[in-house]
Write a protein that binds this ligand. Structure first.
Ligand code: F6P
Length: 549
């Protein structure tokens, strides 16, 4: 396929950008007081306001035309039909099957995967309920109170983010702890909080070979055996989630305590699978199934809605507009909800590990920008860290503001007060970024507030260019279903952008090279001789480490 940049609609869009790029949102809003009503979409209680973007209806129409010329709907069918869209690993990417609550057959290699998906969900249901109601106990007969999920990347970020977001749904006597880093302080700090008799270890690893996870798993195993001095302990206190049955068996985990999933589930798309076991234990299977339902609803929306009514498509194409026409190559995700504080990290993997690619599906170097640098922080904290740059920096950073209208927590009479303060900041920031503040505004403000001292000198420092675009998402409350919807919107947004860029969003060869070199360095650290066969920097760093460890 020739690059999308040669398509008719892309060329028209380029011309449109040349004419339109000097537009300021301040004027777009002044010229059309009804702008919001033209540029928002709603899905049940989820409101997506995209009016604070530097777009006109012509812009959007041309963006949707680009999606059509990229044959997006064909690719959506390819994805949903379980075809091998991940061609470099010869795999489907069927995370939608994991939450296919309609139970309509979905075939991989001619076989309906739904019976085995449902069998694993049932196994998760039975197991998580038995942990929660205390029927399944540790080897000394005590109920489990701590779940230590040992995993990294998609085997950590999803479960950790969901458990953090849905704490108010969590079992009051069960505490989830997430260990991911191979830095010994991670597992050590976790084990300090654990009572061996009441701790269940969930080893989450698709491959069951990831160095960090297996190092932590063996350390946890050693700790438990030392603490309980009972060989039987492993059978009672360890479960595994993996596709690698032989490696799980070799670790000593019994088959009943192994939860499988499939190679057509990418790590960063796996929280909907048995990788979500920690979630199901913490919030209960009913709530886990609501999470699946929310995602399933968006899957249907994404598959069936026309482009101009399609939330993931609109979000994606507005991102394309900034990345490929304005060269705004980062995206900040700013959830105004402390429970969503791990969402930016989760979306970093979802987006950057999917679309951080420079080679297209045709094996050639792409000729356009691809995946953005995704980052962010819960509001209002970010306002006291990096909003100076977002407002007055030389880089323009498109932002996604996200906020549930109701808080999960009520602090006595003040419960509402906290949330109203939070919301006033949520909505103020996107307005300030859009509107900016002209030098005239500043001049008038200073005159009113500070008399006439050194006004002219201060004006430039207190002015704001504005025209900094944002998307705003508002929904009634953060619950399993609304969270499932939000995550699926971003998953499909990433997919759409990958199709426009003609890259494979489902492999991750880029993570291998560093691991490869690390495996060459590790043995050198145990040798008595000095390192001298890498490069002068690496050799000196290794030798300095060996000298001082
Ligand atoms: O970051 C590379 C990666 O393969 C991710 O895609 C994956 O989520 C993570 O490592 C962990 O892999 P595993 O679940 O196989 O341990």
């Amino acid at each position: 396929m020739t690059s999308i940049t040669h398509s008719k609609s892309w060329i028209k869009l380029k011309k449109h950008h040349d004419e339109f790029s000097n537009s300021h949102m301040r004027d777009l809003f002044n010229d059309d007081p009804d702008r919001f009503n033209k540029f928002n979409l709603q899905f049940d209680d989820l409101l997506y306001d995209f009016s604070k973007n530097i777009v006109s209806q012509d812009t959007l129409n041309l963006l949707y035309d680009v999606a059509k010329e990229a044959h997006l709907s064909d690719w959506v069918n390819t994805l949903f039909n379980g075809e091998k869209i991940n061609f470099t690993e010869n795999r489907a990417a069927l995370h939608i099957a994991l939450r296919n609550r309609s139970n309509k057959p979905i075939l991989v290699d001619g076989k309906d995967v739904m019976p085995e998906v449902n069998a694993i969900l049932e196994k998760m249901h039975l197991f998580s309920e038995a942990i929660r109601n205390g029927k399944t106990k540790g080897c000394t007969g005590k109920k489990f109170k701590t779940i230590v999920n040992i995993g990294i990347g998609g085997s950590d970020l999803g479960p950790a983010m969901v458990c953090n977001a849905l704490k108010s749904y969590g079992h009051k006597d069960i505490t989830p702890i997430f260990v991911s880093n191979v830095d010994g302080s991670d597992i050590s700090q976790a084990l300090e909080k654990c009572d061996p008799e009441t701790t269940l270890f969930v080893i989450a690893s698709k491959t069951f070979t990831t160095q960090e996870t297996m190092t932590n798993a063996f350390s946890a195993r050693e700790w438990l055996l030392n603490e309980l001095s009972n060989e039987d302990a492993i059978k009672h206190h360890f479960v595994a989630i993996s596709t690698n049955e032989s490696a799980v068996k070799a670790f000593g985990i019994k088959a009943d305590n192994m939860f499988t999933f499939w190679d057509w589930v990418g790590g960063r798309y796996s929280l909907w699978s048995s990788i979500g076991l920690s979630i199901a234990i913490y919030i209960g299977m009913d709530n886990f199934e609501d999470l699946l339902l929310g995602a399933h609803e968006i899957d249907n929306h994404f598959k069936n809605e026309p482009l101009e009514k399609n939330i993931p498509v609109t979000l994606a194409m507005i991102g394309i507009w900034y990345i490929n026409f304005y060269n705004y190559n980062t995206l900040s995700v700013l959830p105004y909800d402390q429970g969503l504080s791990l969402l930016p990290s989760y979306l970093q993997q979802a987006d950057m590990e999917s679309n951080g690619k420079f080679i297209g599906r045709d094996g050639k170097k792409v000729c356009l920008h691809t995946g953005p640098i995704v980052w962010g922080e819960a509001g209002t904290n970010g306002q006291h860290a990096f909003y100076q740059l977002i407002h007055q920096g030389t880089d323009i950073i498109p932002t996604d503001f996200i906020m549930p209208i109701k808080s999960q927590y009520k602090i006595g009479r003040n419960g509402e007060k906290h949330h109203k303060i939070l919301f006033s900041n949520f909505v103020a920031q996107s307005r300030a970024l859009m509107l900016g503040k002209t030098e005239d505004n500043v001049r008038a403000e200073i005159k009113d507030n500070e008399g006439n001292k050194n006004i002219e000198e201060m004006i430039p420092h207190k002015s704001f260019e504005g025209n900094r675009p944002s998307n705003s998402f508002l929904f009634k409350e953060l619950n399993p279903k609304s969270l499932g919807r939000l995550l699926a919107i971003y998953e499909h947004k990433v997919f759409v952008q990958g199709i426009i860029w003609n890259i494979n969003s489902f492999d991750q060869w880029g993570v291998e090279y560093g691991k490869q070199i690390a495996s060459l360095v590790l043995p050198v650290l145990d040798q008595n001789t000095q390192a001298d066969n890498f490069d002068s920097s690496t050799d000196h760093l290794i030798n300095y480490f060996k000298k001082n460890i």
